[in-house]
Design a protein around this ligand. Structure first.
Ligand code: CTP
Ligand code: MG
Length: 227
């Protein structure tokens, strides 16, 4: 299946949304859990569609929920929905395969970062358009970070000034993302990790606090407050 280029911009966004949300506790796939009365995926897609650069959105839904997700998003934005895979990486690959040939810039954005502002989408897209093959939004690490042994003793304190917490959307020249996925042998938790593995320089732009990933019940409570 190939997505239709229905919106305005030159950027395709892949939205992996097929995860089970195990860390959020019982209650079904995370992307379909409610935040302020609406599924996380609806919040995420609505904000993506508000970014002027976005011309195509491909959602990877839980395999048994594709029809439900099509119905859910029908009134939110024009999207294509594919069945996701057993891992995030497989879900991204499935969505990537559905992007029309004319999109040279592809972003990957977790449905779990439901409150990501459209401005962050624009800034990542602009950095790719400006010539960077791979771009990630990052925030400084605020906690003191220590390396700890299996037995729980501190091994060392890590210099946090050189560390960054990484968010999505992550942006790529399409050929870079395709090559990174083709070359991936092991599982990566993000797409830039795959690009790094094949030697692609990864550029950083400032992230956004509101792009927090909803992983545990506490994050959902924080997101409710932000909303
Ligand atoms: N994801 C996906 N396909 C998978 C696993 C994850 O599309 N097989 C998506 C999730 O839906 C989420 C994003 O990747 O939008 C980031 O994953 P994560 O936050 O780990 O979500 P879950 O895998 O759902 O959560 P958990 O790991 O707690 O089960
Ligand atoms: Mg997961």
């Amino acid at each position: 299946m190939t997505a239709h280029a229905t919106v305005r911009g030159d950027v395709a966004v892949l939205v992996p949304a097929a995860g089970m949300g195990v860390r959020l506790g019982p209650g079904g796939p995370k992307a379909l859990r409610l935040l302020g009365g609406e599924p996380l995926l609806v919040h995420a897609v609505r904000r993506l569609a508000l970014a002027p650069s976005v011309g195509c959105i491909v959602v990877a839904a839980p395999a048994d929920a594709v029809a439900d997700v099509v119905a859910l998003l029908a009134s939110v934005a024009p999207v294509t929905v594919v069945a996701g895979g057993a891992t995030r990486q497989a879900s991204v690959a499935a969505a990537l395969a559905a992007v029309p040939a004319d999109f040279e810039i592809v972003l990957v954005h977790d449905a779990a970062r439901a409150l990501t502002p459209p401005e962050l989408v624009e800034s990542v897209a602009a950095a790719v358009r400006g010539g960077h093959g791979a771009v990630i939004p990052v925030l400084p690490v605020v906690d003191t970070i220590k390396r700890v042994s299996d037995s729980g003793s501190v091994v060392e304190t890590v210099d946090r000034s050189v560390l960054r917490a990484v968010q999505t959307p992550q942006g790529f020249r399409r050929d870079v993302l395709v090559k990174a996925h083709e070359a991936a042998v092991d599982e990566h938790t993000d797409d830039a990790g795959m690009a790094e593995r094949i030697g692609i320089p990864v550029h950083t732009v400032p992230g956004a606090e509101a792009a927090l990933k909803i992983t545990r019940p506490f994050d959902l409570a924080v997101a409710e407050l932000l909303l």
